[in-house]
Ligand binder design. Sequence first.
Ligand SMILES: Cc1ncc(COP(=O)(O)O)c(C=O)c1O
Length: 372
Amino acid sequence: MTAAIPLSAPDVTEDEIAVVVAVLRTRQLSLGPELAAFESELAAYHGVEHAVAVSSGTAGLHLALQTLGIGAGDEVVVPSFTFVAVANTVLQVGATPVFAEIDPRTLNLDAAAVERAITPRTRALVVVHTFGVPARMDALLEVARRHDLRVIEDACEAIGAHFDGRRAGSFGDLAVLGFYPNKQMTTGEGGAVLGREAAYAARLRRLRNQGRDADADWLDHAEPGYNYRLSELACALGRAQLRRIDSMLALRREAAGRYDALLAAIPGLERPPRALPRSETSWFVYVVRLPEGVDRDGVRAALARQGIATGRYFAPIHQQPAWRGRGPAPHLPLTESIARRTLALPFFNRITSEEQQYVTEALRAALASAAR
Ligand SMILES: Cc1ncc(COP(=O)(O)O)c(C=O)c1O
């Protein structure tokens, strides 16, 4: 049966469709006014000087690492409990990702574990705000300062989250956003890099556009670059989505609150943290942890038979077939035990109470039969 309740769903209005169509009529489909406006609106929203829009979150991570001068011989501390692009892009600039353990509550890099992972070759951290829960930026920035490390925030899952009253994406040397359709706001495909330094912004723009300097001739390339541009259509959609991001985040917060109330009655089920000190979550996904020993694949299959899509969120990177055998296996018992039990439930702006009740009942039944 195909899933009747999807895991995620973009929220695109008729007005937003009209905005994209209007761009098509202008005939300027790349590197135009929508890009410039989207970038300045993203920067303003985050309280940073610069935003550089790119074709994906992955492209943003790649450019951020390269712009900070991370390369061959360098080590970069990253979580394993995250999306694979975080480690892939470190490899793609010729550096080595070093996996560090997470905090079991926030599921973000643990500052003490980061410190243990540091060697004389460590140059940077990629701090992911996992599932929209802000990382403990005070502790992580303190470790980075003491060891003279650059910090890239991966805020792909966390637009609008706050730590100590500041938005995720405003703490690092550079920060990356992602706008894939499962995200809180979307441009279809897309992403952005945020930062405070003009020199970084200029380098990011040059690398994104085949190594061309601003105002250079189309066939003059100052350095080898990429085509990581974001189209005018995507930027126009992004601007419209950003205008209502706070109301979209409020819908997601309400949906998370409803799941919380419904799922509280299921014994042994661990719900995501609702209130963390000094933090405000931007709800990306709603991920529960099943009781130890439950056959998660069996539960997923039972839910799928009821038309309910779920996700594993996350399968640790170091356990992926593509990553096994790359040096000694890291010791990440928390990452591994948490990742065995996680289950992402359907979660999107317009999910209804009835759909959430249906998911809850199906999960309750699946867990009851798994316990038999
Ligand atoms: C934490 C994290 N980093 C990076 C990415 C990559 O973003 P994209 O899919 O836009 O390349 C994603 C999302 O997919 C993500 O969740």
